[in-house]
Design a protein around this ligand. Structure first.
Ligand SMILES: *[C@@H]1O[C@H](CO)[C@@H](O)[C@H](O)[C@H]1NC(C)=O
Ligand SMILES: *[C@@H]1O[C@H](CO)[C@@H](O)[C@H](O)[C@H]1NC(C)=O
Length: 517
């Protein structure tokens, strides 16, 4: 009896005894970013923490949620102009993409600080114990942690990258860690490593010399009296990463970087009756087609769309296609359109044989979770890298949107449908993702509350964060050793010179002279 009581008290102490005040800042304007942020913040609210969330209005919950208060921000019209046609994004070169992302980050940051709702929140005497901020080109938001004297938790909507590793003092090495904006997997040949290293160098120099100082200006403007951003940027207590070894390749992680990939996936729910029947009755299987929530398939160039339709029309499988309009020119008989589809629940159906996707990370994770092979048609951002990983992992094929032809797309689709290796590898990955000691969302909660319990958990920080970059790379030591070696060699030469002042050359000449005599 006593031990049961003790257990109860202990459980209460760990779970319910403290309710923290938490500010969540997920400013990413895309549904995929918000889906991740909301999952974490709703779960914290459900556990009794008081959550305030800075969130773009369109993504705020429609109903009131207990313990959860949204601070809505608007996305001004100019966002539409500044975000180019996403399909065009595929045409940009890598240097352009790197500089463009950094520049976008500064505009997004200003945009959030310019909102009256955010300024009102800053002026109010609201207090927070913890600030959870999405890592997305928004370094200036570290100022919120300073402003509230709150522990900083960072959530990366992708795995590790130069956006995550520098600030946590995590090892980063371009020889086997491809840049997020490139289309490489972790197995790179010499040329790829060369391009990757140069991209890494350019992006790093641009970030620390030009981008971070701009974020510092934003910090100084919005949080008067704040220290330089260099003191805030490297001071996060915890980083949660939307990655896992079943999805990403294995990389080193310092103890306060925790992988929670797959946390957004819910257990499959019952499908609507018509969809259930459609999937049950597909004796040759179903191909699920979706380009995610940002890309509109109707904006896709007609030639490429027809190439895709021609390939699909020749298949015996049924195709379930997420499409934003009611009809589709040249729609084949086996293609069924819907404006909205419950993607996770469809992928859970055993008759789904293939997922044709833009290669977005959440779609890729859902495919792995349910063990469905993919054909990726990547367009921008990390989609190229996700698709490259699927190819190396043997659970998918990629056809870059930029170079999509009927032949290339047809080959990829038929290869994945007809070679059982892809399905087997997808199922294997799924097993790895599910084989974990605790559910990813529970792990996220555990570590967030751990940071609260241990007052910022400074013991998890690596000492690399206390050193300058050249000290981390041992450059100072190398220069010192090189200097000492030089001095020693120099001294030896001097000693030889003193001991034999005539030197070897002179001796030889003298010998020659002697011989002549
Ligand atoms: C933010 O406000 C300032 C001052 O009103 C203005 O100059 C700037 O263009 C605004 N920035 C954005 C991204 O809205
Ligand atoms: C760094 O983080 C710790 C732990 O959360 C906090 O106590 C400290 O004030 C922070 N430092 C700065 C400069 O904000």
């Amino acid at each position: 009896m006593n031990s049961v009581l003790e257990l109860l008290v202990l459980t209460l102490l760990i779970n319910g005894a403290f309710s923290a005040k938490i500010l969540g800042i997920f400013q990413g304007f895309a549904y995929s970013h918000q889906q991740l942020g909301n999952k974490i913040l709703y779960e914290l609210a459900a556990r009794g923490h008081q959550v305030t969330a800075i969130i773009p209005g369109p993504f705020a919950p429609k109903t009131t949620i207990k313990n959860y208060k949204p601070v809505k921000i608007e996305l001004p019209d100019f966002i539409e102009d500044k975000i180019p046609d996403l399909y065009k994004e595929a045409e940009r070169g890598i240097i352009n993409r790197v500089l463009y992302m950094d520049a976008m980050g500064i505009i997004f940051g200003e945009m959030v600080f310019n909102q009256t709702t955010v300024q009102d929140l800053l002026k109010s005497n609201e207090e927070f114990d913890m600030v959870i901020v999405e890592q997305f080109l928004n370094e200036a938001f570290k100022g919120f942690c300073y402003h509230y004297k709150a522990h900083c938790v960072v959530v990366s909507t992708i795995g590790t990258s130069r956006w995550t590793d520098f600030q946590m003092g995590n090892p980063i090495n371009p020889s086997y860690m491809p840049d997020v904006l490139l289309s490489y997997s972790n197995n790179m040949n010499f040329c790829e490593r060369l391009v990757n290293s140069l991209t890494f160098l350019l992006a790093t120099v641009n970030f620390f010399l030009f981008t971070l100082p701009k974020h510092n200006e934003m910090v100084q403007k919005n949080f008067p009296g704040a220290p330089h951003i260099n003191e805030l940027y490297f001071n996060s207590s915890l980083m949660l990463l939307n990655s896992h070894v079943s999805i990403n390749s294995a990389v080193p992680l310092v103890p306060n970087m925790i992988e929670i990939g797959g946390f957004h996936v819910d257990p499959p729910k019952k499908l609507p009756k018509d969809l259930q029947d459609y999937l049950d009755e597909a004796k040759d299987g179903v191909i699920y087609f979706s380009m995610g929530s940002n890309l509109k398939v109707k904006d896709m160039e007609e030639g490429k769309r027809n190439a895709i339709l021609n390939v699909l029309s020749k298949l015996k499988q049924k195709v379930l296609w997420k499409w934003e309009t009611d009809s589709l020119p040249n729609q084949p008989k086996n293609v069924h359109l819907r404006k909205w589809l419950p993607q996770q629940d469809i992928l859970a159906h055993p008759n789904v044989k293939l997922f044709i996707t833009h290669g977005g990370l959440l779609s890729t994770i859902e495919a792995i979770y349910h063990g469905v092979p993919i054909v990726g048609v990547p367009v921008f951002g990390d989609q190229l890298m996700n698709t490259a990983r699927a190819e190396v992992g043997g659970y998918g094929k990629g056809v870059h949107f930029k170079t999509l032809t009927e032949e290339a797309f047809g080959n990829a689709v038929n290869e994945v449908l007809n070679n059982p290796k892809y399905m087997e590898n997808a199922k294997q990955r799924s097993k790895i993702l599910h084989d974990q000691p605790m559910k990813p969302i529970d792990r996220a909660m555990y570590w967030i509350e751990y940071v609260l319990r241990h007052n910022g958990a400074p013991h998890l920080r690596t000492s690399a964060l206390n050193l300058h970059w050249f000290q981390v790379l041992c450059l100072d030591v190398i220069v010192f050793i090189a200097f000492v070696v030089f001095i020693v060699i120099f001294a030896i030469c001097k000693v030889i010179n003193i001991a034999c002042p005539k030197g070897p050359k002179k001796l030889k000449l003298q010998n020659k002279a002697k011989k002549k005599n």
